[in-house]
Write a protein that binds this ligand. Sequence first.
Ligand SMILES: *Cc1c(COP(=O)(O)O)cnc(C)c1O
Length: 486
Amino acid sequence: MQYISTRGQAAPQSFSEILLGGLAPDGGLYLPTAYPQVTGAELDAWRGLSYADLALQVLKKFATDIPQADLQALTDKTYTAEVYRNVRKGEDAAQITPLRVLEQTDGGTLLLQSLSNGPTLAFKDMAMQLLGNLFEYTLAKQHAELNIFGATSGDTGSAAEYAMRGKRGIRVFMLSPHKKMSAFQTAQMFSLQDPNIYNIAIEGVFDDCQDMVKAVSNDLDFKARQKIGTVNSINWARVVAQVVYYFRGYLAATSENSQKVSFTVPSGNFGNICAGHIARMMGLPIDRLVVATNENDVLDEFFRTGVYRVRKSAETYHTTSPSMDISKASNFERFIYDLLDRDGERVRALFKKVETQGGFDLSGKPGSDGDEFAKIAQFGFESGKSVHADRIRTIRDIEAKYGVTIDTHTADGVKVAREYVQPGVPMIVLETALPAKFNETIREALGRDAERPAGFENIEALPQRFEVMAADVAGVKAYIAGRTGI
Ligand SMILES: *Cc1c(COP(=O)(O)O)cnc(C)c1O
C-alpha cells in the first residue's frame, strides 16, 4: 500500500517511509491511495478476537511493508492488560477499551467506550504506545536514532514520554510552560527518571514553547544533523492505531453486521474522529459520526454551515476541557480531501486560503469556494457544542443517575451525544480522559475529588527531574546538542 499527499504533489511512499515523518513535502497530509475494505466475513471473524489480534488485522491492511510476524509482536507487546490497567472498578482491563451502557431511555441507548486506561489516563495512549514500539522497531532495523522534540500544555507531551521512555535509539526533548500545567500533569511528566526523557520547563507560556519548536523545525540544518522528529497528531500511524477502537466498539455493541452504531467524539485537532471516518470508509457500519466541540467551536461551525474559519490564538478560549482548545484542526485536511473527491489541486488552494485569508467556504452560497457542504450528510457527520455550564451539569447528572464520574472532555461528548441519540442505533461516546486528570473541575461539579487509579495516589510527592530554561532558541539548541553528543 502506498501513501499520497492531500495536496497531490508528493511522491508516493510506503507505510515505513512515512512513519517517522510529519507533513508531506508539499505541505499536505498523507493518506493511502485507496482505503482498504473490510468484508462481512472478516467482520464476523473479528468478533471473537482479542484487542491485540484485532489491532493486527487492521494494521496489516495499512502497514503492508512490515512482515506480519513483526506486526504481531508489536501489537502483542502494546495492547496488554498491564499497559491499559487503569480501569474503573468492575471493568476488565483485558478488554483494553471496555464498553459500558451509560443511559437507556425510550430515545435510545448511550454507551461509554473507555479509551483512557493507559499510563497517562487519556486516549492518546491508545495510539502513542503503539507508536513507541513501532519507532523502536523501525529505528533498530535502520540502525538509526531519533530525537523527538515537541511542546506540550499537558496530554500529548506526557503520552509521548510514557510511550518513548526506555526505548532504544530514541530521546525525547519536551518543552512545557514553567508552572502553567496542573500539579497532576506536571508530576506525571517530571517524575519520569528515564535517562532518555528530557523535560524542559520554559519561562513563558505555551505559545512561547510552540514558537521555539517552529524555530527549530525551520532550521533544516540543525534538524537534519540532530535527527529531530515529532509525534504530533497528524502522524499517520497514530491515526491508524485509532481506527482499531472504532472496530472494537462496533463489535462489542452489536451481534451481527446488519446493525449500525453511531459515535460521538470529543474533538480538537480532528485526529480521533478522523480515524472514525476512515473506519467508515473501510466499510464499518457506522451510522453517524458526531463531532463534539467545546467553546472553541471551529469544527461545529463548519459542520453546521460549511464555513471553515480558523481562529487567531488570541481568540482561543482557555476552557475546562483544555485538550480541545484549538484554533484550527490539524487533521481536518484529510476529511476535506475525501469530501472533495480527492482533488489535491483544490485542497491545496483551499488550505493556501486558510493561510492567507483565515479560512474557506464550501456552503455553496454565491461567492463561496464550493458547494460540498451539501454532501456532508453522505459521510455521516453531525456536530454540536458544549460550554462550561453544560460540562458541570452533565458531570453532575451522570454521577447522580448512574454513579459514574466522567471527565470534562467526555462530558462535552455526552452532552452533544444526547442531542443525536436515536432508537435502534446504539450511540457510543468515546471517553477521552479519566476524571482524575481534571480534578479542579470535578471538585467544582461534585464538591469532592475525583477517584485516582491505584499507583497515582501520591504522584505529586515523587521526586521530579526537569530543567528550567529561558525562552531562548539558541539555549535550547545547545542543550539538545549537549545531550545527543552530535
Ligand atoms: C487530545 C484530546 C482530545 C482531542 O482529540 P483530537 O484528536 O485532537 O480531536 C480530546 N480529549 C482529550 C482528553 C484529549 O487529550
